[in-house]
Ligand binder design. Structure first.
Ligand SMILES: NC(=O)c1ccc[n+]([C@@H]2O[C@H](COP(=O)([O-])OP(=O)(O)OC[C@H]3O[C@@H](n4cnc5c(N)ncnc54)[C@H](OP(=O)(O)O)[C@@H]3O)[C@@H](O)[C@H]2O)c1
Length: 316
């Protein structure tokens, strides 16, 4: 937390072709850990003294831009700040009649899209198959499991508290889940809850959970390498079991996946996700920290499992 500093400054005035946004919610996300390293391959680094990168949903309060009027709700990468001036690049309008605007950062935003494209395009589940998602009670994982359930799959997961396990099984319709923080043997627990093996593994965490799951892949299984949060704070890659013999033996596939590569297709997925939310088939939960000064703790809390569902910071 001491590495972050809250700075007061005057609110900028929007010029011609720009608008001013009052942020309502800020998203904190695991990928931000990678921005705080000197060099990252697919994301730009945030240097000491920079405004921290992040997506915000808020309301346009003054506009000199032909495409936006005061009262429009928008989401964009405005950074960790309460007000932002934008020229509209990379900004999308948010329809507040679909769902609360906070969902534009969660189930109807980047995490929901990650679940949708990662599962459908890389995991390609078929009805009756067995799907396992690690980090099952997070923003991405909770949507993955429900989409797999909607596709007619059997869905199992790992998560880090009994409260999370109960939410997945009792409210979201997961078939089973285990608490990896109290487990004595990951492999035995995954085997117990996936008696027919695993056809699709949606990996949000990596590490020892993944080592255990990879031993239980079925023939022609697909692994979606979506996140590796267990490794984000490591300075050196940890030595670990090598998964390739399992892929070889089961003629299985593992594929890295980045949601941003599907950005041209977001408009195809968002109405589908919104429809499932409206019909109550896709449920979501948010953990909301109050005020921008809580943003660093909320962000660090992601690595301690303090969030259920999507972690947000309320700005207004
Ligand atoms: N590829 C892409 O395009 C893309 C896009 C978005 C997100 N992601 C990745 O997807 C994953 C989930 O993101 P999210 O936004 O939905 O975050 P999230 O799951 O809502 O929050 C992170 C969760 O990870 C779990 N966790 C933290 N440290 C862990 C560890 N050492 N081992 C196992 N679990 C740990 C915690 O839950 P527990 O209580 O269960 O430990 C925590 O709640 C992240 O790895 C993220 O980087 C990838």
């Amino acid at each position: 937390v001491a590495d972050f500093k809250i700075v007061d400054s005057a609110v900028l005035q929007p010029g011609e072709g720009e608008f001013l946004v009052r942020g309502h919610f800020l998203s904190v996300d695991p990928y931000m850990r990678g921005l705080l390293r000197p060099k990252v391959h697919y994301l730009r680094a945030v240097e000491p003294g920079d405004l921290m990168f992040g997506e915000v949903v808020g309301e346009v309060i003054e506009s000199h831009h032909s495409g936006y009027v005061a009262g429009d709700y928008v989401a964009g990468h405005f950074g960790w700040q309460e007000f932002a001036v934008s020229n509209g690049q990379g900004v999308r309008k948010v329809d507040p009649s679909l769902a609360p605007i906070s969902t534009a950062l969660g189930v109807l935003g980047m995490p929901g899209l990650t679940a949708y494209f990662g599962l459908t395009e890389v995991g390609r589940p078929r009805a009756g198959e067995s799907v396992f998602v690690s980090g099952g009670a997070g923003a991405v994982g909770s949507v993955v499991g429900q989409l797999a359930r909607i596709s007619g799959c059997r869905i199992s997961a790992s998560a880090g508290t009994d409260e999370k396990i109960a939410w997945l099984v009792e409210e979201l319709g997961f078939n089973n889940a285990f608490n990896y923080k109290t487990s004595k043997d990951y492999h035995a627990d995954v085997q117990r809850i996936c008696p027919h093996g695993i056809d699709v593994y949606f990996d949000n965490v990596g590490g020892e959970i993944t080592d255990a799951v990879m031993r239980l892949l079925n023939r022609h299984a697909r692994t979606v390498i979506c996140g590796q949060i267990a490794h984000y704070n490591e300075d050196k890659p940890a030595p670990g079991p090598r998964p390739f013999p399992n892929l070889l033996a089961h003629e299985a596939r593992a594929e890295g996946f980045l949601v941003f590569s599907y950005s041209r297709r977001y408009n195809e997925a968002l109405p589908r996700l919104a429809d499932w939310v409206r019909r109550g088939e896709l449920r979501y939960r948010e953990t909301v920290a109050e005020g921008i000064d809580q943003a660093p703790e909320a962000f660090i809390g992601l690595f301690q499992g303090n969030n259920i569902g999507k972690q947000l910071v309320r700005l207004l």
